[in-house]
Design a protein. Structure first.
Length: 249
């Protein structure tokens, strides 16, 4: 968020939601016109829900649209994606999650050679269609809002394979509730891939920490490596009950 008021608005809504335009104007010491303009921007980014005369945070089960999320913190996601791609070696068999950070990672993989990639994301598969990699799109029931494949067919197919690494995306990671995401059907697929992977690498930009979404994905100890941004406060992460490898990039 380039506008510092937007971060302040989110912080105030985290403490009390909903808040009226009038209340926010007082808290921010700005005009109501300015608040309304900021709320429009935040809604377009999928970070708030505007209501008559005010705003609230989205419910735990409300997933911002994919195109909205692509625009959010794109520089943070690109940094994580570039680092993660550097760690991939020719001949690796990897599984890729859905989500915008993983999509950035897929773009970076276009620079690599001779990978075998499994994914349940049509977005990711389309990006990798431009590569020389062996790309397997796991079939199943189409979840149209995210363009992902879910359900028993997808899960049963995953159980036939083994992966060197799974690159996992998350909607939130909190000390109390662990790694979480928006959609139960997708989480079931994530859990199946985790079970079949030698190593699980979470690609999580710094804005996801301290956030809890609808459903828990896995335990902290099931994630081998957590890649996030190096401009975060290191002491903040010391409080997390995670004993795997932290990577700050």
């Amino acid at each position: 968020m380039n506008n510092p008021r937007e971060k302040e608005i989110i912080n105030h809504l985290n403490k009390s939601s909903p808040l009226s335009v009038e209340q926010l104007a007082v808290l921010l010491a700005v005009s109501e016109v300015t608040v309304r303009r900021d709320l429009v921007e935040l809604e377009q980014k999928g970070l708030i829900v505007r209501k008559r005369g005010g705003a609230s945070l989205p419910g735990l089960g409300i997933e911002p649209m994919y195109n909205q999320r692509m625009k959010q913190n794109s520089d943070l996601k690109q940094t994580i994606a570039a680092y993660a791609a550097d760690q991939v070696s020719e001949g690796d068999v990897i599984a890729l999650d859905v989500g915008t950070t993983v999509a950035e990672f897929a773009k970076e993989l276009l620079k690599k050679k001779n990978l075998t990639v499994f994914t349940f994301s049509i977005q990711v598969a389309a990006l990798l269609a431009q590569s020389n990699h062996n790309v397997y799109l796991l079939g199943g029931n189409l979840r149209k809002t995210e363009m992902s494949m879910v359900g028993s067919i997808t899960r049963d197919t995953i159980m036939k394979f083994h992966f060197d690494r799974y690159y996992l995306g998350l909607a939130g990671v909190s000390k109390e509730n662990g790694p979480t995401d928006f959609n139960l059907e997708e989480v079931e697929i994530k859990r199946a891939i985790i079970e079949r992977s030698k190593q699980v690498v979470a690609l999580v930009d710094k804005t996801k920490f301290g956030v809890t979404s609808l459903v828990k994905v896995c335990e902290f100890e099931e994630i081998d490596e957590m890649i996030t941004n190096n401009d975060s406060d290191p002491s903040f992460f010391e409080e997390y009950p995670y004993n795997g490898k932290w990577v700050f990039v």
